[in-house]
Design a protein around this ligand. Sequence first.
Ligand SMILES: Cc1cc2nc3c(=O)[nH]c(=O)nc-3n(C[C@H](O)[C@H](O)[C@H](O)COP(=O)(O)O)c2cc1C
Length: 208
Amino acid sequence: MNSDLKQIGIEKDIQYECITTTINENGEKNAAAFAFKYLGEDKVFCRNFEGSKTLENIINTNEYVVNITQDPLVFTYATLNCLSDEYFSDDNTIAIIKNTPAYIIVDVENVEKKTPEDFPIKGNNNIYFITGKIRKIHINDKNAKAYNRGLNSLIDSLVSYSRYKIVDETKRKEYMERLTENQRIIHKTSDKKTQKAIDKLKKEYEKA
Ligand SMILES: Cc1cc2nc3c(=O)[nH]c(=O)nc-3n(C[C@H](O)[C@H](O)[C@H](O)COP(=O)(O)O)c2cc1C
């Protein structure tokens, strides 16, 4: 299990952005972007805000599929709720994105409701913590790699840093705010090396 996940770029306790596909009782398929974490052994985790179709389908069917992709249009269409039927495989019993570089089928084991007070994201919606067990990992493309936001956030901060000394005060303030947000993202989603890099950069920013 571990080596299959490593092959598709997934490490334990790191957050990846993926496309979660589900099906409802009428056989209607749905796709949406969700963060996904591997907890070790065969356990996985995601959390879904109340009100999504994905959450409803997961609760009703006790399964979901994590599609590993870095296709910008798949992410965008799924988020804008316009991923057409042609994007899905022909299997009528499960929703999987056709030719996705890799996918993981998950059996849901536990769904725990958290109220906004338990959870530091502002808003009124409850959030559900969903733990599950990997049923199957399928790799279509040996170059499949789950997407982690950390490196993008770091590169964004490095680009800003390279311009930091030559811009005016207003722009510097903007860059600093962006860096602080990127540092937050990296500490939430990424590995120790990326965290070390952004922390070092933040110190340099503060000196500049
Ligand atoms: C990259 C990305 C990651 C996301 N991760 C999550 C997440 O982990 N949990 C969540 O509740 N919503 C997340 N969202 C928001 C859901 O995708 C969004 O609420 C979506 O409308 C749910 O669609 P659905 O109703 O078809 O399930 C994410 C959105 C994007 C673009």
